[in-house]
Design a protein around this ligand. Structure first.
Ligand SMILES: NC(=O)c1ccc[n+]([C@@H]2O[C@H](COP(=O)([O-])OP(=O)(O)OC[C@H]3O[C@@H](n4cnc5c(N)ncnc54)[C@H](O)[C@@H]3O)[C@@H](O)[C@H]2O)c1
Length: 313
């Protein structure tokens, strides 16, 4: 029997589908340090972001032929090394795009109306200082008619653009590998198709009221020099990976007033210990939950089932 270890869990419906198809699915969490002792009891290992699949673990794999990352980023798996050992590595690249894009807008809508800070202050002082707080959080702005700049125009960048267009925003996108994209947007049951051509990174930096980064992790996408060229009062969103916008660079620009607010879902270290960032009154925070919706997890589960079903063991 094909045995699957879902070490970071798996959607209940996906587990049921796999079991109905005759696979055995184990969802007991094996601690990272014990994995080398147990991994050869399984043909498939599925992980989210918690379990690390590094060279030493791959080196002891003799039975495991397929590793699946339920989600997008493969930074917790030594992919090339696994491939060199004849182990297939797959991910589920599109399942969570809409959920991440909606989180970007949760941060954006909250940002332009100071919701992240007013939530904190209303809880602490809403009764005694209602009128002062009303004054402090007046003067917000609307998103309609503003320009959203996107760094990275892949799956999530494009999904974010669709929401922006629906909200009535202008979209400018930079991507070194994507020249244009046809976006299919469903409005009131009708499908509308809009083609967006990407532009230069300078144009995105200078023309945007808000900038959201959707490039893969690993390198700095927005530098201190880039910030200097942005509009004063720009809003910055990072729901991609920690470090694509350096936390110290962001903090400096928040403190100088260059950046009006930031929405951050991902951190240079996770769990983060950056208390200055966590306590900053201009920062809207979430604990890396971009893909963590019921719908995205169901789609990820379905995609895992599809991958395993066609895999030749
Ligand atoms: N917050 C979350 O929970 C969450 C969930 C899923 C994905 N993500 C992250 O979101 C990011 C985007 O995911 P995706 O599915 O859209 O990936 P994708 O591969 O579909 O798109 C990424 C795009 O970024 C472009 N790019 C690379 N370097 C760039 C740069 N310096 N400037 C501009 N563009 C650049 C690439 O050409 C590519 O088109 C990834 O970092 C991924 O790890 C986060």
């Amino acid at each position: 029997m094909i045995r699957i270890l879902a070490n970071d869990g798996i959607e209940v419906s996906a587990k049921a589908m796999l079991e109905d198809s005759g696979y055995e699915v184990v969802t007991v969490k094996i601690p990272q340090e014990d994995l080398p002792h147990y991994i050869n009891e399984f043909d498939v290992l599925t992980v989210r972001s918690a379990t690390k699949v590094r060279k030493p673990l791959i080196d002891v794999m003799t039975r495991t032929k397929l590793i699946i990352r339920g989600g997008v980023g493969l930074d917790n798996i030594d992919v090339e090394y696994a491939h060199s050992k004849g182990i297939t590595v797959k991910n589920t690249p599109r399942s969570s795009s809409l959920s991440v894009a909606e989180l970007v807008f949760a941060h954006l809508f909250g940002g332009v109306r100071f919701l992240f800070d007013s939530n904190r202050q209303m809880a602490a002082n809403g009764i005694s200082q209602f009128n002062e707080l009303k004054k402090r959080y007046s003067g917000g702005t609307e998103l309609r008619g503003k320009t959203l700049g996107l760094f990275g125009f892949g799956n999530i960048g494009q999904e974010t653009a669709k929401i922006a267009l629906g909200v009535g925003m202008n979209v400018k996108a930079f991507d070194p590998f994507v020249k244009e994209a046809e976006l299919k947007i469903s409005i009131g049951g009708r499908e509308v198709s809009i083609v967006i051509a990407t532009c230069s990174r300078e144009e995105v930096i200078q023309a945007s009221d808000f900038i959201s980064v959707h490039a893969a992790g690993g390198s700095e996408v927005l530098t201190m020099e880039d910030f200097a060229l942005m509009k004063d009062g720009v809003g910055i969103i990072n729901c991609a990976r920690g470090g694509v916008v350096k936390e110290n660079v962001l903090m400096e620009n928040l403190n100088s007033g260059k950046v009006a607010f930031a929405g951050i879902d991902v951190f240079e270290d996770e769990p983060t210990r950056n208390s200055l960032l966590l306590m900053h009154p201009k920062v809207s925070l979430s604990p890396h939950i971009g893909a963590s919706t019921n719908e995205a997890q169901e789609r990820i589960g379905q995609e895992i089932v599809d991958i395993i079903s066609v895999f030749e063991f």
